[in-house]
Design a protein. Structure first.
Length: 149
C-alpha cells in the first residue's frame, strides 16, 4: 500500500472517531438511561393512581426493564463531566460519590420492591410506587441535579 493510500485511510478513520464522540459520551449515555427510567415510571404511575387499569404483568415488566439502570448509571460520571455544556449533574456528585452511589442503590432497591409489589396486587404496587420509587428520584435530584430549564 502506498503512503497516500494509508493517509486517506487514517484520515477517514479519525473523522469517523471524532464524529462518534460528538454524538455520544458519558453525559449523553447517562441522560438516555434517565429517560429509560422515565418511560417505566410513566407506565407505573398512572396504574398506581388508577388512571389506567392495573396490569401486574406490564407493571413488573416496566420495572424489569430498568433494573440494571442504577448500576450502569453511576459508572457514567468520569471526573470533569460536570463541565459538559448540557449536563445538569451537580459538582457535588464528585465530592460525595459514596452518597451518590448509595442513592443509586436506593433506586435499585425501590425498583426491585416495586417489581415484587406488582405481583402482590394493586394496593401493594401503589404503596411501592409512591412510598419508594418516586421518592428515590427526588432524593437524588434534590441533592445532585441542577435543573437548567
Ligand atoms: C442516584 C441519583 C439519581 C436517581 C436515583 C435518579 N436520578 Fe434522574 N438524574 C440524576 C442526575 C445526576 C441527572 C443529570 C444528568 C446529567 O444531566 O448529566 C438526572 C437527570 C434526570 C432527567 C433528565 C434527563 C435528560 O434528558 O437530561 C430525568 C427525566 C430524570 N433524571 C428522571 C429520573 C426519575 C424519574 C428517577 C426515579 C425513578 C430518577 N431520575 C432517579 C440523578 C438521579
Amino acid at each position: 500500500m502506498n503512503s497516500l493510500c494509508k493517509a486517506v485511510i487514517v484520515a477517514s478513520t479519525l473523522s469517523v472517531a471524532s464524529a462518534a464522540s460528538a454524538v455520544a459520551g458519558p453525559v449523553e449515555d447517562r441522560k438516555e438511561l434517565m429517560k429509560s427510567v422515565v418511560k417505566s415510571v410513566k407506565i407505573a404511575v398512572p396504574m398506581a393512581k388508577g388512571e389506567v387499569p392495573f396490569d401486574a404483568t406490564a407493571a413488573a415488566a416496566a420495572m424489569q426493564t430498568i433494573s440494571g439502570v442504577p448500576d450502569k448509571f453511576v459508572m457514567l460520571f468520569p471526573a470533569g463531566s460536570d463541565k459538559h455544556e448540557k449536563t445538569e449533574a451537580s459538582p457535588k456528585i464528585w465530592t460525595n460519590m459514596k452518597d451518590f452511589m448509595a442513592k443509586a442503590d436506593d433506586l435499585k432497591a425501590a425498583i426491585e420492591k416495586t417489581k415484587t409489589a406488582a405481583g402482590e396486587g394493586e394496593g401493594a404496587f401503589k404503596t411501592a410506587v409512591f412510598g419508594s420509587l418516586v421518592k428515590t428520584c427526588k432524593a437524588c435530584h434534590d441533592a445532585y441535579r441542577i435543573k437548567k430549564n
